[in-house]
Design a binder for this molecule. Structure first.
Ligand SMILES: Nc1ncnc2c1ncn2[C@@H]1O[C@H](COP(=O)(O)OP(=O)(O)OP(=O)(O)O)[C@@H](O)[C@H]1O
Ligand SMILES: Nc1ccn([C@H]2C[C@H](O)[C@@H](COP(=O)(O)O)O2)c(=O)n1
Ligand SMILES: [Mg+2]
Length: 209
């Protein structure tokens, strides 16, 4: 059933009401491609609220919720948590944020994620940013990340890469087929990548004006 996440209502001059859905940008890319790093820059410049699906799931584990152990075990195996759980966390975060512009990072990770989000929120992404990065570079970045993530070990990293190729890339290809993907070469220094990201947001904003 569809709910009205962040829907704002405005009254037209003729008295009719218009409902505006929030703007959602999905931020996709392999593990360690730099999604979180770039999202932090986008937030500073473009007024979006950033939600990382992985961060929300890790917070759920820490909170001691009834799903915590299941989520921990799936993340440890590099597997994708059932969409019902992740979509609920995203929906709650969006509702509580007070904003109507969201960067959703690391989601949708598979076609089930994509379909569940659309069915529950009724929202389709304005566009999708895809950070394209070679596996060796992603592996190097993750192994130097040092954020104490349980899944940043070589065995789980390899599993995450496999899931990315088998389940997440097809979602990117789906959005490509409907013309929604902006592909960014992520194998460059952070500032250079962000220059390309900025150009995407600026051109989209200009088209909307
Ligand atoms: N362009 C870059 N060049 C070099 N290092 C980078 C770049 N972007 C991010 N990093 C570093 O690589 C590591 C992974 O980046 P980040 O956490 O942003 O990736 P991610 O795509 O969110 O990964 P995950 O999917 O595992 O959450 C971090 O230590 C970050 O500082
Ligand atoms: N849509 C999602 C996003 C993340 N997860 C799980 C599985 C991932 O390996 C892990 C870490 O995500 P990241 O922080 O690397 O984006 O979280 C998921 O099941 N579903
Ligand atoms: Mg991340």
């Amino acid at each position: 059933m569809e709910t009205d996440v962040g829907v704002s209502t405005s009254e037209e001059a003729n008295g009719s009401t218009v409902q505006k859905k929030p703007t959602v940008v999905f931020v996709l890319g392999g593990p360690g491609s730099g999604k979180g790093t770039q999202c932090a820059c986008i937030v500073e410049h473009f007024g979006f609220t950033h939600f990382s699906a992985g961060d929300l799931l890790r917070a759920e584990i820490k909170s001691g919720s009834e799903n915590g152990l299941m989520i921990k075990s799936m993340i440890g195996e590099g597997k994708i948590v059932p969409s019902e759980v992740t979509v609920k966390l995203l929906q709650k975060a969006m509702e509580e944020s007070g904003n109507d512009k969201f960067l959703i990072d690391g989601f949708p990770r598979n076609d089930e994620n994509r379909a569940a989000f659309e069915a529950v929120t009724g929202i389709e992404p304005a566009f999708v940013l895809f950070f394209d990065c070679p596996e060796e570079e992603m592996e190097r970045r993750i192994l130097h990340r040092n954020q104490g993530r349980d899944d940043d070990n070589i065995e789980t990293i390899r599993k995450r890469f496999k899931v990315f190729l088998e389940s997440s890339l097809p979602v990117v290809q789906f959005y490509e087929s409907i013309g929604k993907v902006h592909k960014i070469d992520a194998a460059r220094p952070v500032e250079e990548v962000f220059e390309s990201v900025k150009a995407v947001f600026t051109s989209v904003n200009e088209k909307d004006d």
